[in-house]
Design a binder for this molecule. Structure first.
Ligand code: NAD
Length: 261
């Protein structure tokens, strides 16, 4: 039985993961960690505002919280010998480095998007870019709920970087929004972020040629789409050697196990 310490447990993702864990017989929710004021009234003894007290060697820490907490959780996991599944987005370069440092000592899965649909979207994007001439323009449109803190979304950045790298553009070719006069540079990928209402996560990569265009789009309708990938990642890190893994590794391991079993 793998013991899970869930950080950000009262948040939107925390609640979805708690619900998914309730249906998993091989994963046990050992502790739900939250800010003191966010712990729901009447919460049981497994709730805590003390991350340090909750984590022991051999646990799997799952965090969907804030960039500062993501770094604190990574350092604590490295210190205690606990594996980490990290999903918070909007991390700066220093925070990303802190997570990479932790991965030198423990197994870490880090993904800006834990849904299998987005993994398929990435593969479809690779295939589309291989099939189309570089004259086709790439734009990304993402929509999220009004409570989202970071823009553009981590998933849009991931898709944008993939497109920029595939085309061989400079990193600065990835930009956000568009305003003013002047033609769109040929070597550019722009992300447009919409915020409002209750959209859970919607990403469309638009590739536009002369007289035709195509759109590769993923829509998350329920946070269970992410939570299922998070549970698969928790099972994966529980048995993995130290290192920084992505959802590709998790999906590859699951496919390998299905083929051999
Ligand atoms: P949310 O604001 O609903 O939840 C975050 C929770 O973290 C809150 O309950 C907050 O109280 C808690 N928190 C803040 N400080 C804390 C601390 N010191 N200790 C413990 N808990 C603390 O946000 P959300 O929609 O659940 O998203 C959380 C993060 O996950 C965001 O960065 C979001 O972009 C990201 N996200 C990632 C994926 C993915 O697949 N990787 C999917 C959805 C959201």
């Amino acid at each position: 039985m793998t013991e899970i310490v869930l950080v950000g447990a009262a948040g939107r993702m925390g609640r979805a993961i708690t619900e998914a864990l309730a249906g998993a017989s091989d994963l046990a929710l050992k502790a739900s960690v939250e800010r003191g004021e966010a712990i729901p009234p009447g919460a049981g003894r497994t709730w805590s505002n003390d991350l340090g007290a909750a984590v022991a060697g051999g646990d799997v820490v799952v965090e969907f919280s804030t960039p500062g907490v993501a770094v604190a959780a990574a350092r604590l996991c490295a210190e205690r010998g606990a594996a980490l599944v990290s999903g918070t987005t909007g991390l700066d370069a220093d925070a990303e480095r802190a997570i990479r440092d932790a991965a030198a000592r423990v197994a870490v899965v880090r993904a800006a998007n834990f849904s299998l649909g987005v993994l398929a979207l990435r593969r479809a994007l690779e295939a589309a870019l291989a099939a189309l001439p570089p004259s086709w323009d790439i734009e990304i449109v993402e929509r999220h709920h009004r409570g989202k803190q970071d823009a553009p979304s981590g998933t849009a950045l991931m898709l944008g970087r993939q497109a920029v790298e595939r085309r061989g553009y400079a990193a600065a070719a990835l930009r956000t929004g568009r305003t003013g006069r002047g033609l769109r540079p040929r070597e550019e990928v722009a992300i447009h972020s919409l915020r409002g209402g209750t959209w859970i996560g919607d990403h469309a990569v638009v590739i536009a040629g002369a007289g035709e265009w195509l759109e590769l789009r993923h829509v998350a309708e329920d946070r269970a789409a992410f939570a299922n990938g998070v549970l698969a990642a928790a099972r994966f890190v529980a048995g993995a050697s130290p290192g920084l893994y992505t959802l590709e590794h998790v999906a590859g391991a699951a496919a390998g196990a299905a083929a051999s079993g």
